[in-house]
Design a binder for this molecule. Structure first.
Ligand code: PBG
Length: 352
């Protein structure tokens, strides 16, 4: 019998059979019973391989000018006014969530063809960064580098005759990264999927003296339908013309994800990310196994929306499904997860 884990009974030394009381059920004679390790909570905790902690969480926040408000497709998540972003960071600190991620809802009047508001040192993200670094410096702040919250067409890059330009976009992204670093950003996260942007941003940061600003690249980012609610939140669903398939990855590919990650590491990424999350755990596991880099997963807005919708209808136990989905990331090899559930998970972990 070919058993890799645990020996079959035949291969074991035979002992004299133990007298079994007449009324005991007949034994199957199994040497290995995996249920022994599952029989009580203490035993399950003792043998558990992957454990989620608050240190694994990155909490994405949406910031808006003036007053905040709910996002219909993301129940429980709100666009936050500047002051409330600071309050949220204080909450993160209290809950020992190490890092937050900032995403702006840009006033439609400030969006243009080139996304020029991205380079305004007084834009919403930069003002939030300054406030955060002054009030709650102990919490790390990650910022997307991409033009989509700022462009009138909703794309991550510059566009000419319907084509997203690569090298011209990269030049702008370097400037966007510098504006954010100047405002106090700890982790620059290029989410645009242009070729060569990690290297260019690293060089730009270094030349400007930002040697300690990290880069977490959205290395394997797929052209996914699961970003829908996020685009509602930042106001780009309404404006997006076409789709992002000429720069984000094809959902059918996995070898290509390794090439993306390999390039980003070579260009100087400190951490890499896979996105979306649960539907791409195979990619995450492969990347972690291949490169052993600090590797993060983004449980994106559509994944959050699905769980919340099912839980809201009473079809799932929301808390349990949330915890199970997050431990799945750890099991697949993630060092951490960007998740809209972050404060809820942290509260739960604190109580358990
Ligand atoms: C912007 C960006 C997106 C997300 C993070 N950064 C959307 C997109 O690429 O269209 C998605 C996050 C989510 O769905 O939660 N480039």
């Amino acid at each position: 019998m070919a058993i890799k884990y645990g020996r079959p009974i035949e291969s074991r030394t035979r002992f004299a059979p133990v007298e079994t009381p007449a009324k005991a059920a007949p034994s199957l004679g199994l040497a290995t019973r995996l249920r022994r390790n599952r029989r009580a909570d203490w035993a399950r905790r003792m043998v558990r391989e992957s454990v989620l902690s608050t240190d694994d969480l990155i909490w994405p926040l949406f910031v808006t000018e003036g007053r905040g408000g709910p996002i219909a497709s993301m129940p429980g998540v709100e666009r936050l006014a500047l002051d409330d972003v600071v309050r949220a960071a204080e909450q993160a600190a209290k809950l020992t969530i190490p890092c937050i991620a900032l995403f702006p809802y840009t006033d439609p009047g400030l969006r243009d063809e080139d996304g020029s508001e991205a380079l305004n040192p007084k834009n919403l993200v930069c003002r939030a960064l300054r406030a955060l670094k002054k009030e709650v410096p102990e919490v790390g702040v990650l910022c997307d580098v991409a033009l989509d919250p700022y462009t009138s067409h909703g794309h991550d890059g510059l566009i000419r005759d319907g084509v997203i330009l690569n090298d011209e976009t990269v030049a702008v992204l370097v400037r966007q990264a510098l504006v954010q670093a100047e405002a106090g950003c700890d982790i620059i996260a290029p989410s645009d999927m242009m070729d060569g942007r990690v290297g260019a941003i690293r060089q730009g940061l270094d030349e400007a003296g930002f040697l300690d600003v990290s880069i977490m690249s959205y290395a394997a980012k797929y052209a996914s339908a699961f970003y829908g609610p996020f685009r509602d939140a930042v106001g780009s669903s309404a404006t997006l013309i076409g789709d992002k398939r000429t720069y984000q990855m094809d959902p059918g590919n996995t070898d290509e994800a390794l090439r993306e990650v390999e390039l980003d590491i070579a260009e100087g990424a400190d951490m890499v990310m896979v996105k979306p999350g649960l539907p791409y755990l195979d990619i995450l596991a492969r990347i972690k196994a291949e490169f052993g880099m600090p590797t993060f997963a983004y449980q994106v807005s559509g994944e959050y929306a699905m769980l919340m919708a099912a839980a809201g209808n009473g079809w799932l136990d929301g808390d349990k499904a949330m915890m199970e989905s997050l431990v799945a990331f750890k099991r697949a090899g993630a060092d951490g997860v960007l998740t809209y559930f972050a404060p809820r998970v942290a509260e739960k972990l604190r109580k358990s």
